[in-house]
Design a protein around this ligand. Structure first.
Ligand SMILES: Cc1cc2nc3c(=O)[nH]c(=O)nc-3n(C[C@H](O)[C@H](O)[C@H](O)COP(=O)(O)O)c2cc1C
Length: 234
């Protein structure tokens, strides 16, 4: 027995009945839609997204800074993060951040707080590689300890990273390249810690990180609720 009937039979024997009376849904088959529309759909649906504010340095020394909200943690041992840069324009040009990481294997992920959201946004302008986004935004570069690209002084949490791997998901226009980096050093502003003697616990009310929604919209992280994870058996 194949198809939906087969699935229903399988579900019944595994003790979970699939309800067949469901409200109608609009379906979108991505193979028949424009990538710009699919992008719009995805950034509206996958929310909120944290923001990796990534500093890099070109081989000629020019400093680069740009935000990326296709971003998350992916391992704690070793500590790793990933973010994705999509290609730019109809001829799918790689972004400067990707070029710099490919060339140097190093970057810093800075966490974005409300107080410098406006400056962060300025760095997302499509400026030529010869112009540093530190200059156009007024944000302050400060030296890192283990990698060459500087940290953003205004950021309360900075993570020095070494490249582990770049995965080419697609090099078509709007396709993505996933950058996986290992965090080799964390920098934490004591002002955002619950207890300045314990570097492992961040106070979200002091950090005031922001998230990205669809379009030009952002969200704050000050309205929260707790749910304790259940033990098994329930
Ligand atoms: C909050 C925010 C999040 C962004 N997230 C992404 C992202 O996840 N991937 C991406 O390719 N571009 C993203 N962008 C756009 C890049 O920041 C922008 O293309 C930037 O100019 C890239 O700079 P670069 O060429 O110096 O690397 C984002 C922009 C903003 C404002």
């Amino acid at each position: 027995m194949g198809g939906l009937l087969g699935q229903l039979a399988g579900a019944a024997t595994s003790g979970c009945e699939i309800v067949t009376e469901v409200r109608s849904s609009r379906v979108v088959d991505p193979s028949g839609a424009a990538p710009t529309d699919i992008y719009k759909l995805m950034v509206g649906a996958i929310v909120p997204r944290p923001i990796a504010f990534v500093s890099t340095q070109a081989e000629d020394g020019i400093l680069n800074l740009a935000p990326f909200s296709y971003f998350t943690a992916c391992s704690a041992n070793p500590p790793c993060i990933l973010f994705s840069t999509t290609s730019r324009g109809a001829n799918a040009r790689p972004k400067d951040t990707l070029k710099n990481i490919r060339a140097t294997g190093e970057f810093v992920v800075n966490i974005v707080s409300e107080e410098f959201a406006v400056q962060m946004n300025i760095t997302s302008a499509d400026c030529p590689p010869s112009v540093s986004e530190f200059e156009i935004s007024g944000l302050t570069p400060i030296p890192s300890e283990r990698v060459r690209p500087p940290r953003v002084a205004e950021s309360h949490i900075q993570m020095e990273c070494r490249l582990r791997e770049i995965v080419t998901v697609s090099d078509s226009p709007m396709g993505g390249f996933v950058v996986i980096g290992e965090i080799v050093l964390f920098h934490l502003d004591p002002a955002v810690l619950v207890d300045p003697d314990d570097p492992f616990k961040i106070d979200p009310d002091r950090l005031r990180a922001i998230g990205r929604m669809g379009g030009p919209t952002y969200c704050r992280t000050v309205d929260r609720f707790d749910l304790q994870r259940p033990a098994w058996p329930l």
